[in-house]
Design a protein. Structure first.
Length: 317
């Protein structure tokens, strides 16, 4: 019973911390956004060529922009608790619908990028660890530095120029098909692939240098078994916190790639919302990013603890 109570206390504590953190982020972002110069109602009318002051004032009243700041925040928070983020000023649609439509595209890109990161960085990082200071290791080190040094928009423009304008492998119009999304996903994944090749190499080399590896070799255990059952799992456990942050970055930080490749994903929607001071849309996007970061970080933390205990048990056996 005491064990159940302990788990219940931990669950309640984590839930309260999650709610307080989310409330703090939402409050801070709301007051920062509304303090920025500009008029959301005017920005919504200008694309339609409407500059009449009376019409703009009526829109401002209908959107509640004429209310006091505390009252606006209270009304927004009350609706947000029920997952009602209101109407987008710019898109003239419910915020949830705008984000859901954009999220599907971003999720496709991030899913492809995550697969590319795993299938490329894992074998290359392992190879560099098993053959350190070899010619491929040195070449990959130089390429990794190059990919990490170049800004993402430069990588995107290079890929778009080569793959789209010259080789005609993708269109220069907004990407729709899997083939067209592959290049943007590759551009998004490229810096992370370079980063993880070096991280996997370092983690594997560090694990190989542990004394228990020598003990396993003395016991006559096959090198392949040692590598696959002991070295690689423990090296990947050490990289799990980085993987959690990387997943969050993929889901929330694709704005540059989406802009370069003219993809109407979450990043493009967020950029447009900031430009047009679409407060409801910005707030919903901030909360979306906050939830992803908090959940991923906590999930990775719990997973690392469980896997670490299991790994220690395997060594003792």
């Amino acid at each position: 019973m005491s064990k159940k109570l302990r788990y219940l206390k931990i669950t309640v504590k984590n839930t309260l911390a999650f709610i307080v953190t989310l409330l703090f982020i939402a409050s801070l972002s709301f007051f920062i956004i509304v303090s920025l110069p500009g008029d959301a109602a005017l920005n919504a009318m200008l694309p339609m060529g409407i500059t009449d002051t009376h019409v703009i004032n009526e829109l401002r009243q209908s959107l509640g922009l004429d209310l006091s700041l505390p009252l606006r925040f209270f009304n927004w928070l009350k609706a947000a608790i029920c997952f009602d983020f209101g109407q987008s000023f710019y898109y003239a649609s419910p915020v949830s619908a705008v984000l859901a439509k954009a999220a599907l595209i971003t999720l496709k890109i991030c899913f492809i990028a995550a697969i590319l990161i795993v299938i490329i960085s894992l074998p290359l990082g392992l190879y560099c660890a098993l053959y350190p200071n070899s010619l491929p290791d040195k070449l990959l080190h130089v390429l990794a530095i190059l990919c990490l040094s170049l800004p993402t928009f430069i990588l995107g423009l290079i890929c778009l120029s080569i793959m789209g304008a010259k080789l005609k492998l993708i269109g220069t119009l907004p990407a729709i098909t899997f083939k067209e999304l592959l290049i943007p996903a590759g551009t998004l994944a490229l810096p992370m692939i370079a980063y993880y090749i070096r991280q996997i190499r370092t983690a594997v080399l560090k694990e190989i240098a542990q004394s228990y590896i020598q003990a396993l070799i003395v016991r006559g255990i096959s090198l392949n078994v040692i590598l696959l059952k002991h070295v690689l799992p423990r090296a990947l456990i050490a990289l799990l916190p980085l993987a959690g942050i990387s997943c969050a970055r993929l889901l929330c930080g694709s704005v540059i790639v989406e802009t370069v490749f003219s993809i109407n994903g979450l990043g493009t929607v967020a950029l447009k919302a900031v430009t047009m001071r679409d407060i409801n849309l910005i707030e919903a996007y901030v909360i979306y990013c906050s939830i992803i970061f908090i959940i991923l970080n906590k999930s990775v933390d719990l997973l690392c603890r469980r896997l670490s205990r299991k790994a220690r048990g395997d060594v003792n056996e």
